[in-house]
Design a protein around this ligand. Structure first.
Ligand code: ADP
Length: 492
């Protein structure tokens, strides 16, 4: 039997368990989708019991399949949708409210008040983040203020807060461990990324009692035993936020390395090494990785709606049956003047306008479904351009970007991305980069690799896209997008 490592990848729309061998090759994958709950405009929740069930089921399915294929799953790692906020009772393990998902905008008024009161600098100096409903802190406050009795229970120490990995570690260890890793802690807006500690000042600003916070460990120093799985109990050796895990899976280990992941949202991450680089263009600074007590910092840009716009074409508009159709359908459209700004839940980086909502510009009598599909894919490429333009203003001009996530299977989209960015776009042979990242960190923690570079040797290029677009055409297209963004920001 060969040794393998399992990644539990708890994403925004589905939970996956993927088993990899030590060269990073995928052995098997189990996946389950779960319900998206939209109680009001701009609100997004997940049922934590349903998420928990999907986790148990996919772990059981993937370990059984790996065993059937002759592999022994030695240990596991957890990677997760970040910022999504969970609060549960320490005694019963029962959540006091649904998880409030990273996309949720219900705290935008409160965040606006904090910004207007001049707290931006204080928050960004310590947390590296901006004040926005996206990050966990204002969501924690909302639950404590809106669930009857929750604040008093939290102050008494009866409640625990965590992002998804913390909730899962708690459940998987039968309530023995309340802990997180530095990359996930860095997304809460309660954590000082300079010192690597929870920050009292931030907790006070967001009205979050320190008693609900857990312990923070290195990504490769989780080291706890599960006790509730069917059959063999696995050790959890690693934990890391999904975007940071994708950066590991993309072997972005050197300062200057950059990856962009296109799942539900789109996430660009630039490795800045041991330097905590501050953006002057509203990108956030965060912890990319923490191994052996050493923090690697990153600059990040988050697009709230990437693949979600394709889901909307399918489920909301009924324009397509499968996401994969978009490639051929977009190719059939020659319309470069239709702009769609999918600000369904506000605009993320570098604009940060939580109250903005989606808009389409340039509809004519000839506009048809294929044009809408093309404009939707274009919108993700243009949003990426905005992030690269922000990076360029900060003095960073990468030569290539490594891409992954569901949308990265779409060749038309990647060619368009390369054309609009004027950059080489690289797709790796293992597209499950988020899962492979945390699995390889578990293997690192287990002594399989000597260091991160050793993991990086597994990365292989599958396809490369290079720009063929004329400079003037690019300039005109981007200028049209810029106008569409300005008008969307105004909101009706
Ligand atoms: P997540 O981890 O956020 O759930 P995934 O990485 O699994 O996301 O990607 C799923 C997203 O990618 C969906 O929103 C889907 O619409 C989109 N997607 C999948 N395949 C394609 C495709 N061929 N073209 C465009 N979008 C796609």
């Amino acid at each position: 039997m060969t040794t393998a490592y399992l990644a539990l990848d708890q994403g925004t729309t589905s939970t996956r368990a993927a088993v990899f061998d030590t060269s990073g090759c995928l052995i098997c994958l189990a996946q389950k989708e779960f319900k998206q709950i939209f109680p009001q405009d701009g609100w997004v929740e997940h049922d934590l019991e349903e998420i928990w069930q999907t986790c148990i089921e996919v772990i059981a399915e993937a370990t059984a399949e790996a065993r059937r294929q002759g592999h022994k799953v030695k240990a596991m790692g957890i990677t997760n949708q970040r910022e999504t906020t969970c609060i549960w009772n320490r005694g019963t393990g029962i959540p006091v409210y649904n998880a409030i998902v990273w996309q949720d905008r219900r705290t935008s008024v409160f965040c606006g008040e904090l910004s207007s009161a001049g707290h931006e600098t204080f928050v960004s100096e310590r947390s590296g983040l901006l004040i926005d409903p996206y990050f966990s802190a204002s969501k924690v406050r909302w639950i404590l203020d809106n669930v009857p009795g929750a604040r008093q229970q939290a102050e008494r120490g009866d409640l625990a807060f965590g992002t998804i990995e913390t909730f899962l570690i708690w459940r998987l260890t039968g309530g023995k461990f309340h802990l997180t890793d530095a990359t996930n802690a860095a997304r809460t807006s309660l954590f000082d990324i300079r010192s690597g500690q929870w920050d009292r000042g931030l907790c006070e600003l967001f009205d979050v009692p320190e008693a609900i916070l857990g312990e923070v460990r290195d990504c490769t120093n989780i080291d706890v035993d599960t006790s509730v799985l069917e059959g063999d109990q696995l050790k959890i050796l690693s934990s890391i936020g999904d975007q940071q895990s994708a950066a590991v899976g993309q072997a972005c280990f050197e300062p200057g390395d950059i990856k962009s992941t296109y799942g539900t949202g789109g996430f660009l991450m630039l490795n800045t090494g041991d330097l905590l680089v501050r953006s002057s263009n509203r990108l956030v600074s965060t912890i990319g990785l923490q191994v052996g007590g050493t923090r690697t910092y990153a600059l990040e840009g988050s697009i709230f709606v990437a693949g979600a716009v394709v889901q909307w074409l399918r489920d909301g508009m009924g324009l397509i049956k499968h996401a994969s159709e978009t490639s051929v359908r977009a190719q059939k459209s020659g319309d470069d003047e239709l702009y769609m700004v999918p600000a369904f839940t506000g605009l993320g980086a570098p604009w940060w306008v939580p109250e903005a909502r989606g808009a389409v510009f340039g509809i004519t009598r000839d506009t048809g479904p294929n044009d809408f599909i093309k404009a939707a894919l274009d919108s993700v490429a243009y949003q990426t351009c905005d992030l690269f333009d922000a990076l360029a203003c900060d003095g960073v001009t990468p030569k290539a970007v490594r891409v992954d996530g569901g949308m990265a299977t779409n060749d038309w989209f990647l060619q368009r991305l390369s054309d609009l960015l004027d950059l080489t776009v690289e797709r790796p042979s293992v597209t499950e980069t988020t899962a492979v990242g945390v699995a390889m960190l578990a293997a690192l923690a287990d002594g399989v690799f000597s260091d991160l570079r050793d993991i990086g040797k597994n990365w292989q290029l599958e396809a490369k896209f290079q720009s063929t677009m004329n400079l003037e055409v690019r300039r005109q297209l981007k200028s049209g997008w810029g106008k569409a963004i300005e008008r969307t920001k105004l909101r009706l």
